[in-house]
Design a binder for this molecule. Structure first.
Ligand code: ADP
Ligand code: TRP
Length: 337
């Protein structure tokens, strides 16, 4: 399809994150750091949204949902997202996305959606699917297409959803006989795989996560739970397959990584025995150091909810202008006007 050219849209990069639980180091290294770096390096518009409509496929507690939306917004702002350049907004503040979802559903075969891995996995895990869960990829395609996004940075698990969005853009353009939607491209983020406390993928649904803003005693307690082997204190520690080291590495530069490896290989640091307990304390220190400034910004944001609301409202206004233009084109092309 050469449907980009007639639309003449500027480059736009978009990503969404679900407000379904406390954000953790997996989300930070796997997604948020890349998102925060984008406004300075991407030659176009950057959109980040909090996917509260998507969260409704699993969340039933309105107070929890509101709290998590705020938590995601505060986290992005505390970690330094430049909202002059990037738009940060709540998905549901742009209701046009649900209208586009309907238009997409009308041109999309059930078969395409039935092939979604994420949906099949959930059903295989015993989750009774709602229509919302079934149509999750259609809403996600609408998220992408409504803003005319050109690039969507994602993890491997989401690639199929972006391919579906590409298909749906083509179905609409073919159905109406003119290019009204831009076909997006996915970009695999250079994200590391972050192990959780038990060594499996860190995830809020596995109870193995370290929250980004954990500090002090609770952080030390959590980090203390990272599973290791039983090498006795003072013996050399293995540098392969160590969960503590895998997480530590994410906080260190090359010199720092090499330094920790010398402690591991010697089982000693500065002439004193060095074991997993010491490595865990060091990890907690590195984490607190990395997020020290973010903690200060976070406290200020938590004390000033109106500022967070204002940022989200401004992001929604700017994003909604893009969505409105897309819907105008679509409504006219489908004969709704
Ligand atoms: P969770 O598994 O906690 O529910 P999500 O699936 O909502 O996390 O993921 C949100 C973003 O964070 C996605 O871009 C995902 O790729 C990334 N992410 C989540 N967990 C990890 C991890 N353990 N390692 C790397 N990236 C992760
Ligand atoms: N499904 C994504 C996830 O679970 C979140 C999401 C919703 C998204 N809509 C999106 C990501 C649009 C990128 C683009 O991580």
């Amino acid at each position: 399809m050469t449907d980009d050219a007639p639309l003449e849209l500027p480059p736009r990069i978009l990503s969404g994150i679900q407000p379904t639980g406390e954000l953790h180091l997996g989300n930070y290294f796997g997604a948020i750091v890349q998102h925060i770096a984008l406004p300075a390096e991407f030659p176009g518009e950057c959109l980040f949204f909090i996917a509260d409509y998507h969260a409704l496929t699993t969340v039933r507690d309105p107070a929890f949902l509101r709290e998590m939306v705020r938590h995601v917004a505060v986290t992005y702002l505390a970690l330094g997202l430049d909202t002059e350049k990037a738009m940060l907004f709540r998905q549901s503040d742009v209701p046009e996305v649900t209208e586009l979802t309907w238009l997409l559903m009308c041109v999309t075969g059930m078969g395409l959606i039935e092939r979604a891995h994420a949906f099949k996995d959930k059903v295989a895990n015993g989750i009774k699917p709602s229509m919302g869960l079934f149509c999750y990829p259609v809403l996600m395609a609408a998220d992408i297409l409504v803003y005319g996004s050109s690039v969507v940075p994602v993890g491997k698990d989401q690639v199929q959803h972006i391919e579906m969005a590409q298909d749906m853009a083509t179905y609409v353009n073919e159905a109406v006989g003119q290019p009204v939607l831009r076909r997006p491209e996915w970009r695999l983020s250079k994200a590391p795989y972050v192990p959780g406390l038990d060594g499996k993928k860190m995830s809020k649904s596995y109870g193995n996560a370290i929250p980004i803003f954990a500090t002090g005693k609770p952080l030390r307690k959590l980090v203390g739970k990272i599973v290791t082997d039983s090498t006795p204190l003072g013996d050399p520690l293995p540098t392969e397959g160590c969960n503590v080291l895998a997480i530590l590495d994410l906080f260190l530069d090359d010199a720092g990584r090499e330094e920790v490896r010398t402690w591991y290989r010697a089982g000693a640091r500065d002439g004193q025995p060095f074991g997993y307990g010491h490595a865990k304390v060091y990890l907690a220190e590195c984490m607190e150091r990395r997020f020290a400034e973010a903690h200060v910004r976070r406290e200020a944001l938590l004390a000033d909810p109106a500022r967070v609301d204002a940022v989200l409202a401004d992001g929604a206004t700017r994003a909604r202008a893009l969505a409105t233009a897309t819907l105008e084109r679509c409504r006219a092309a489908f004969g709704l006007r």
